[in-house]
Design a protein around this ligand. Sequence first.
Ligand SMILES: N[C@@H](CCC(=O)N[C@@H](CS)C(=O)NCC(=O)O)C(=O)O
Length: 269
Amino acid sequence: MAQELFLWDHPVSSYAQKVRIALREKKIPFKLETPRGIGNGDKAAVPSNFSEHNMRLEVPLLIDGDFKITDSTIILEYLEDKYPETPLLPRSPRERARARMIEEVCDSQYEALNWGVSEVTNFERAHGEQAAKLHEQANHQVKQIQAWLTEQLGDAEWFGGERFGWADLCVWPMVNRSMFYDLGPLPGSALRDWCERAMQRDSVKATYEEYQAGNKLLKGAAGALEKGVMRREYRDHRLEWMIKSGGVDIVVEGLKKRNIRFSWPDPME
Ligand SMILES: N[C@@H](CCC(=O)N[C@@H](CS)C(=O)NCC(=O)O)C(=O)O
């Protein structure tokens, strides 16, 4: 008998949420766990069956028997290839490409923006005027992303057209997280209505409940920085967001205090 899939996960990670929604939509049973010690980039602090073959020490990581797969997009593709019975990608090459373009914008620009807001609010990287300015920037930028997503949705029920699919499960974690930061689409807007429709699905409902529970763990996150328990990974678009939005000094300060780090491979000390 095939072994049950195992997902290294974090309830708040938008990337991990994509994978959980896909597994649930496809009705694939899986077990999940959050690796202890995640979030400071220390290989010795996390379980070895998480760190093996996962140089970046990031979730999600899917284990299928002796095979380990990192990166939410690659995991989604693996699930689509291995379990084609409930396809999440549309049929036509054009719609498939569109779903992937939506995913790319969400994974890079949208996730980075939400994450930047969390750095300010949960991790208290900025205060007073600077915090207000970063929030204003986030508000200005999120409107552009949400307007683009609204165009992509058009008059359809789902980003996937008639069926909830790949693009929907990539957009939902981002819009949901924005709502927690008061940066969600306005009630009555097409994007907000879409989000509420998505919330009716069992796959999304379960993922939402996990998100809510996980969010409580973020209380006291600023203290974890002070204690050195967390060293936040300012990778790719996240770094770009903080710099372009007016937080270059936050990055410099965090590097000095060693509570900001970059991705693998490690630089020489
Ligand atoms: N490109 C990756 C990004 C994954 C990622 O950034 N994961 C974050 C959580 S949202 C993580 O595990 N970070 C580890 C850390 O901060 O130590 C994917 O799509 O899965």
